[in-house]
Design a protein around this ligand. Structure first.
Ligand SMILES: Nc1ncnc2c1ncn2[C@@H]1O[C@H](COP(=O)(O)OP(=O)(O)O)[C@@H](O)[C@H]1O
Ligand SMILES: [Mg+2]
Length: 389
């Protein structure tokens, strides 16, 4: 006797449910190109973040997946099938927005049931599915309250529950945590990640917050001017940024500007800085930059004789900030911007403003990039006060 074999749901093309294929998609608003020949393949069940500064095309990309906007060129496939001809409600996706717009006069349960009610789903089924959707976000006990009787984080969880009630294959989230205060935001990051892992739903998460993207994502797509600059796992994006733009956007960097030397070095004010090229190697003489993360810099006493041992730069400590587990030391190295050093707080050497120090590093920790692409508004380096510069 053979028992029936359960076959997982499959689309007509055989692709697994929940995959998103964006192929060469372009979207114009008048003369402006919001999304520029963007291609991206999102795996079923993946937590993928679109990360980039305001205006780089994140929301437009999400709205095209949802069906609220139509691409001017290219194709979008969900679970293996092109959805360009489908209105939003016929796509197996749901969206959670930053402004989650709950109905204040309805209870939590009524808010969550709203979509089902519109589609005249039978009352008994509505009740069962609302209970299930509220269980997903651990809010069942608040079913009969009004949204205003709940905290901001709980309200956002209701919005999530409302989006999940139809069990979409893909959930789109557009900066859903941006309105929450920091502590709540960090709690919700963990909660969202656990929920996503439990449900196995594909999450496409839009954020301009690099820490948020790093902490939650399986992969991050770093966007720049309507295109993807790099697509990789958080650890790889952090360790091996593909461009100066990505290096500046993720984490902190000390940038030493200069010109490319032949081989693995850039000529800077600190002399020839050796490292490894991220992206394409610049030809000798071209503008280039060496990037060193503050946590990879070590502090040593200043060299008295001028005879130095290994790569580094001398300077004077401007100030020390306590960041919890690390100390951040700003060093005046005679440039427009301070050199930043991060050292673990436990057992840190005593260091104070005015100390003469030498900042040293290991060439393995230095990345070299072609000279363009550092955002002008980068907040990852601090400017020196006028009198110190
Ligand atoms: N409805 C619209 N009309 C005109 N321009 C728009 C519209 N929506 C977005 N844009 C423009 O398209 C670009 C990308 O916007 P958006 O996708 O909202 O970026 P992000 O979400 O990354 O901040 C921006 O330059 C923005 O001004
Ligand atoms: Mg946006």
């Amino acid at each position: 006797m053979s028992s029936p074999v359960s076959v997982p749901a499959q689309s007509t093309t055989g692709a697994a449910p929940g995959g998103v294929e964006i192929s060469d998609v372009t979207k114009y608003y008048g003369d402006a190109t919001a999304v520029d020949r963007l291609s991206l393949s999102i795996r079923p069940g993946e937590f993928l973040s679109l990360l980039g500064p305001s205006g780089c095309g994140k929301t437009t990309t999400l709205r095209m997946i949802a069906g609220f906007e139509h691409p001017d060129a290219g194709d979008i496939r969900l679970s293996g099938r092109s959805v360009l001809g489908l209105p939003p409600h016929k796509r197996e996706v749901n969206t959670v927005f930053q402004a989650y717009a709950l109905f204040p006069h309805m209870t939590v349960a009524e808010n969550v049931a709203y979509g089902l009610q519109q589609r005249r789903v039978p009352k008994a089924e509505q009740r069962a599915r609302v209970a299930e959707a509220l269980d997903m976000v651990q809010l069942r006990r608040f079913a009969d309250r009004k949204p205003t009787q709940l905290s901001g984080g709980q309200q956002q969880r209701i919005a999530l529950s409302r989006a999940l009630i139809n069990r979409p294959s893909v959930l789109l989230l557009d900066e859903p945590l941006a309105a929450l205060d920091r502590q709540l935001r960090e709690e919700m990051q963990l909660e969202l990640k656990l929920l996503q892992a439990r449900l196995g739903t594909t999450f496409v998460f839009v954020t301009h917050d690099q820490a948020e993207a790093l902490s939650m994502s399986d992969r991050i797509a770093v966007m720049r001017a309507g295109r993807i600059e790099q697509l990789a796992a958080p650890a790889d994006i952090y360790a091996e940024p593909a461009s100066a733009y990505v290096a500046a956007f993720i984490g902190q960097q000390n940038f030493l500007h200069g010109t490319a030397l032949g081989g693995d070095a850039v000529d800077t004010f600190a002399g020839a800085v050796h490292g490894r090229w991220g992206g394409e190697q610049s030809r000798p003489g071209a503008t280039a930059v060496a990037a060193i993360r503050p946590e990879f810099v070590r502090l040593a006493p200043a060299t008295a004789s001028g005879v130095v041992d290994g790569p580094g730069v001398d300077g004077t400590v401007l100030g020390v900030s306590h960041l919890g587990e690390t100390l951040q030391v700003a060093v005046d190295v005679g440039r427009e911007q301070a050199f930043l050093v991060r050292i673990p707080a436990p057992g840190a050497p005593s260091v104070a403003a005015g100390d003469a120090v030498r900042c040293t590093w290991n060439p393995d920790d230095v990345r070299l990039f072609a000279g363009d692409g550092i955002p002008e508004t980068s907040t990852h380096v601090i400017a020196l006060p006028k009198e110190a510069a």
